[in-house]
Design a protein around this ligand. Structure first.
Ligand SMILES: [Zn+2]
Ligand SMILES: [Zn+2]
Length: 94
């Protein structure tokens, strides 16, 4: 009975669940890996490990990453903000 399940990092997809009797819907993250029925309410996904939908890497879900298909931030990255590191004096020296 104590057969240990193989743990894996879930690949979450945000879905809405509800019923005809209850008009309100709530969002859950469901694992999309084959054979896995795991799902958790959206708020509980915060801080969990998840597989990135873009690159397949494991990452921790942050609040601003709680999209329908969570990604680690590898896609749609903004260019890193780099402050001008060259002092003006160097430019003047040529
Ligand atoms: Zn899973
Ligand atoms: Zn990624």
């Amino acid at each position: 009975m104590s057969k240990k399940k193989v743990e894996h990092v879930h690949k979450y997809l945000l879905i809405k669940v509800g019923s005809y009797t209850k008009p309100e819907r709530w969002e859950v993250y469901k694992c999309m890996l084959p054979g896995c029925n795991h799902y958790i309410p959206k708020p509980l996904a915060l801080g969990r490990q998840c597989i990135c939908w873009a690159c397949g890497e494991t990452f921790q879900i942050k609040k601003h990453r709680m999209l329908r298909k969570p990604t680690c931030g590898c896609r749609g990255k903004f260019k890193p903000v780099e402050f001008e590191s060259t002092p003006l004096i160097d430019l003047l020296r040529g």
